[in-house]
Design a protein around this ligand. Structure first.
Ligand code: NAG
Ligand code: NAG
Ligand code: NAG
Ligand code: NAG
Ligand code: NAG
Length: 490
């Protein structure tokens, strides 16, 4: 039942090359489920277990008992149905290799039919009677221990131990002879207790094993878009402390299908500490900046980062006439020609996270093309280094961002129209960055990066904390019961 932790599945992977030379350090996203998070999942689990037990039919119990004065009586309890369970208190605690859950003071109300028959030599006919009974099983304690481990990249949940004991049973009979009450108590007390215990153990075992198959079936890649996935393979051991359970996943972006280029991540990645400052949050997700850099490297490699700009807010800048005073020789050579800008990234953008800010440096070449009839004539190319500051937010279960311009440098890469006066061009380029490039980048960033969270759970009151080379998302979660496969006891 405790698999909850599993809730948040996320993963990403590293390039194969990287994985080969640093097999132990492939964790770039880590997840920590705090005591509050464990409590939250435990509540879900207990409630699911309760609702799966209510209306449960238990097997009939029969017995022949010797009743003083009456003699040997054959008795049957049938149609034994649990109709109410109360779990006044339960606790979940992580241990060294797993999690234990204890529910105490559990009461369980059952209804059933009773029947007895006997015959004596005194009366030659068989005597029988039947009626209804209500039984309350009280003070039950139910405990289970769950093992949770990383098995070849997936989480393996195992019920290691499940035990219960019943403190007391009270029985209310409808009708029946005067000896019957004590007769049923003596003959069936233990049996009713163990039948209830077995039923609970069986349900829990079922529930845990279906949760285990659910976990096993979770994909190792979470699609981000048509081209990229996040590799959500679990890496390293599950980390248990006395108040939390931690997971690590690779977390890097990978190409969907085709194999990934080798990333050059000169990253000394040791254990990823969780940076949440508010310990009452249920969950902490820490993303290393390598996750973002794997994304930019992937898109760069996928040749995504090229585009032709032929529409801008100030359309006059896409005609040589607009550049008449800035680059007179351009206008002279191609008077009143339309132009476009061919922008391509010259290397993958670099994302850097510090405790003050998340920033990105973008390296781009902007070729200026003049359009002449059917011909596109590149006339000059300007190299740009754009520094932006990112604002990171949570939208739904996605980490989304926006970027604003901090600074940029430009230099002339080549020119067919002689030297350009960069100080004159600078304001124009600044305008283009502000009005064309950043809105474009922000439109993409606003879609964001899906945090690998199990379907049905949503982040609530999330808080983002930046630190050196990492972003942590500290959040509570809510569960909408839309995931029918998660926690199934039937
Ligand atoms: C996903 O991550 C795992 C663990 O780091 C790694 O072994 C595997 O090769 C990765 N998958 C891809 C497609 O990169
Ligand atoms: C069996 O129990 C259920 C629920 O307590 C009750 O509705 C039903 O009438 C019972 N059936 C018989 C045959 O007594
Ligand atoms: C369960 O049984 C106890 C004792 O008979 C009774 O007091 C209690 O009201 C019952 N609960 C429900 C929900 O019927
Ligand atoms: C910590 O998080 C909890 C739960 O989201 C919230 O109620 C509380 O106000 C937060 N405390 C601080 C100091 O931010
Ligand atoms: C844009 O520039 C790239 C290289 O910088 C070049 O390969 C590509 O053909 C150009 N596209 C157009 C339409 O000019």
């Amino acid at each position: 039942m405790a698999p909850f932790f599993v809730l948040f599945l996320l993963a990403s992977s590293l390039t194969q090359g990287y994985a080969q030379f640093q097999p132990k350090n492939e964790a770039f996203i880590s997840l920590l489920i705090t005591q509050n998070g464990l409590d939250f999942v435990k509540e879900l689990l207990v409630n699911k277990a309760i609702s799966s037990l209510v209306s449960l039919r238990l097997p009939n119990i029969e017995k022949t008992a010797k009743i003083p004065v009456v003699g040997n009586v054959y008795m049957v309890l049938s149609n034994i149905t649990i109709y109410h369970i109360d779990v006044p208190s339960s606790h979940v605690k992580p241990g060294e290799t797993g999690i234990s859950i204890i529910a105490s003071g559990v009461t369980c109300n059952l209804s059933m039919n009773w029947y007895y028959s006997y015959s004596t030599w005194l009366v030659p006919v068989k005597i029988s009677d039947r009626g209804r009974a209500e039984v309350q099983v009280e003070g039950m304690e139910v405990g289970l221990t769950l093992g949770l481990e990383n098995q070849e990249g997936s989480l393996k949940l195992k019920l290691k131990d499940c035990g219960s004991n019943v403190k007391d049973i009270s029985i209310k009979l409808d009708g029946g002879a005067s000896w019957l009450y004590q007769g049923i108590v003596d003959a069936f007390e233990d049996k009713i207790g163990s039948t209830v215990e077995n039923a609970i153990a069986k349900k829990l075992t079922k529930g845990i094993s279906s949760l285990d198959s659910y976990l096993k079936s979770l994909p190792r890649e979470v699609p981000v878009d048509d081209h990229a996935s996040m590799n959500v393979t679990f890496v390293n051991d599950v980390l248990f402390s006395d108040s939390s359970v931690g997971f690590e996943t690779n977390g890097l972006f990978i190409e969907r299908k085709i194999s990934l280029p080798i990333l050059d991540l000169d990253h000394k990645n040791s254990k990823l500490p969780i940076l949440c400052t508010n310990s009452s949050k249920m969950l902490g997700i820490t993303l290393d900046e390598a996750v973002f850099n794997s994304a930019t490297a992937l898109y760069y490699d996928a040749k995504f980062m090229h585009w032709i700009v032929d529409q801008i807010p100030d359309q006059s800048l896409l005609n040589t006439a607009g550049w008449r005073f800035i680059v007179p020789q351009l206008y002279k050579k191609y008077p009143n020609h339309d132009m476009n800008l061919n922008v391509s990234l010259s290397s993958p953008p670099v994302v850097e996270i510090s405790n003050q800010k998340a920033g990105a440096t973008i390296f781009a070449d902007m070729a200026i093309d003049v359009l002449e009839e059917d011909e596109v004539i590149p006339v000059a190319c300007i190299s740009l280094v754009i520094q932006g500051t990112g604002l990171v937010k949570i939208k739904g279960n996605n980490l989304v961002g926006s970027i604003r311009l901090n600074d940029f440098q430009m230099s002339l890469k080549w020119s067919n129209i002689g030297n350009l006066r960069m100080y004159l061009i600078q304001p124009v380029v600044w305008t283009l960055i502000e009005t064309v490039f950043l809105p474009y980048a922000n439109a993409r960033l606003s879609k964001g990066l899906p945090l690998p969270i199990i379907h049905g759970f949503t982040l609530q009151n999330a808080e983002i904390i930046l630190s050196t080379s990492r972003i942590a998302v500290c959040s509570d979660v809510a569960f909408a019961d839309s995931n029918k496969r998660f926690l199934q006891f039937h």
